[in-house]
Design a protein. Sequence first.
Length: 205
Amino acid sequence: AATLIVAQLALVLAGAVAFAAQALIVPRVTGRAGAALGHLVLVILRSFPEYMLAYLFLQVWGPSMLPAILALGLHNGAIMGHLLGRQATGLALRPDAPRGLTLWGWELAPRLFAPFVALCLYRWEIIIRESAIMGILGIATLGFYLDDAIGELRMDRAVVILAATGLVTVGIDALSRAIRARLGAQDLQQHAARPGDAPGQASIC
């Protein structure tokens, strides 16, 4: 249960970070200096492995779910924000398109909503896997119980935990694929990138 709780909360945080960060590296939204600073922030968050971030947060908050949630949310959110920001920079805009938050709120965010959903669903399975492994750092996810079982040489219990981890990961991956197929998310990035589309046309259908 702890693994699923950590993963879902981390996914929500990652989605919030990605949705806000996608505009940080677009010069027409934040200006050249702002885009350079946004690139730097996202590069730092992407470059630090989530396990290292979790270890640093553990020193501050101790062994709880919070360090894992923050580490997974910030790391995966920065990855998604970078990918969405790169796509936003490449979108064809009208000559009279606005700048700043108006451009982000009324054109970029609607056109990138479909790829945003697709990325969240894709990273969902990855976050589940990473949440389980976080237990090695002392966080009470599946990895914690696996490490404990191996330490006590209870290999039968370790095998069961490994099998449970695999089943959860496969189940989430299958569910994610089914949702993406249901929403047509696999083709949504193509729709969002059409230069002639109006902001409201790149939506999930």
